[in-house]
Write a protein that binds this ligand. Structure first.
Ligand code: NAD
Ligand code: 4TP
Length: 355
């Protein structure tokens, strides 16, 4: 996959800093120290990034470096506008401060839900996304935010996906987007995302399944699969076992697959959910459509949090994210693995190139 070969002289990637109390900022620092943000501008609070740089610097390392504060230092440059980052040399983390963020974010307790943290995280996403929409950035990459902090801040969106759908849509008509989780072995696209399981079952409708197939089919050209073989998972055990364990497959999912096939989409199923991911991983399918969040995300995350990337399909711009969350249990220790963030940055570059 591409790395940060192009510098900020081209349109940069815009990266939201995530929840200041989680691991997002420290993974950004760790990625920057590997040269992975040389073509990017982080949208966030410079003091939070400074604090995160301290966490990383002081983290004990297995390779003999275990005295406090002896790690390399990351230069951080605050820019007044995205374009000002153009002249910065590689190895410097460019940070574009929040316009209306809450003050003293770097004093918030690490590893805890805080409304100010949620507000700042949302503000970073909005500011970065609007700048991408205005043509100032090539793509949006988001560091993780905490959904309870977002809610504590009064945000009505459960996560990035819904917030970005609203930003990209018309007033009262959010863009029709879907979540994809992908690694090199498996791609899953979700019909329903952030809601209770009972509600998810109700949301598995003919339109939702057919529209997810359309979005997945349309989007796949960007990663080099213009006619993806899409396997649709059933909702019930053994895809309903001929109606013995539920009728959603017969009454809803199969008709939606048939409608998509009539449009030229290479969709098959409904397949038994317990084996369809294995079959895709073995190469029989390019994508699996999953009916609800955990059905689709567990198989990808089980293969390793370090490899997965979250991609929002259906937006008018590229948005990727690591597949992990704020990991409050390890935040502030400087030990968080930046691999998934780096995979998200590389995926964003690849999707931009594929558009
Ligand atoms: N992209 C996003 O914004 C995003 C993605 C997933 C979850 N979340 C949110 O994050 C919050 C916490 O979620 P969670 O606790 O269920 O999942 P999590 O991914 O934050 O953590 C799950 C486990 O994985 C470990 N882990 C996660 N990332 C790691 C990394 N980079 N390096 C090493 N270990 C890592 C954690 O320590 C924890 O043990 C929730 O609010 C959730 O909704 C946000
Ligand atoms: N469902 C995602 C996951 O578990 O990886 C995560 O909640 C992030 O969702 P957003 O990209 O919508 O914030």
């Amino acid at each position: 996959m591409p790395s940060a070969a192009a510098l900020r002289t081209d349109l940069p990637l815009l990266v939201s800093m995530g929840d200041p109390c989680g691991i997002g900022p420290e993974t950004l620092v760790a990625a920057a120290m590997r040269g992975e943000l040389d073509d990017a501008v982080v949208v966030g609070d410079p003091a939070v990034l400074q604090r995160a740089a301290g966490f990383v610097r002081r983290a004990p390392r297995a390779a003999g470096r275990d005295t406090p504060d002896d790690g390399p230092r990351l230069p951080i440059a605050v820019v007044g506008a995205v374009a000002d980052a153009r002249d910065l040399p590689p190895g410097v983390l460019a940070v574009w401060p929040l316009r209306d963020g809450p003050a003293v974010l770097a004093a918030l307790p690490i590893g805890q839900v805080h409304a100010d943290a949620g507000r700042a995280a949302a503000q970073a996403v909005r500011q970065a996304a609007r700048a991408v929409q205005a043509g100032q950035g090539a793509a949006l990459v988001t560091a993780p935010l905490h959904k309870e902090a977002l809610a504590a801040a009064g945000e009505h969106h459960p996560g990035h996906t819904e917030l970005l759908a609203e930003l990209a849509g018309a007033p009262g008509a959010p863009a029709d987007v879907r979540m994809m989780l992908a690694n090199d072995q498996l791609k899953t696209v979700l019909v329903t995302v952030h809601c209770a399981l009972r509600e998810a079952i109700d949301r598995v409708t003919f339109d939702a399944v057919r529209d997810t197939l359309r979005i997945a089919h349309r989007s796949a050209a960007a990663w080099g699969q213009p006619r993806p073989r899409i396997a649709v998972a059933g909702l019930n055990p053994h895809a309903g076992e001929g109606g013995l364990f539920g009728r959603e497959e017969i009454e809803t999912i199969a008709p939606a697959i048939a409608a998509a096939r009539a449009e030229g989409i290479d969709a098959s199923g409904p397949h038994a959910p317990d084996t369809v991911f294995m079959r895709a991983r073995q190469g029989e399918f390019d994508l699996v459509l999953a009916m609800y969040h955990d059905q689709g995300l567990i198989p990808v995350k089980y293969l390793g949090l370090d490899e997965g990337v979250n991609v929002t399909l259906g937006l008018p711009f590229v948005r990727t994210s690591p597949d992990h969350g704020t990991a409050f249990d390890i935040a502030g220790r400087g030990v968080a693995d930046p691999a998934s963030l780096i995979a998200a940055l590389r995926m964003a570059r690849r999707l931009i190139a594929g558009r």
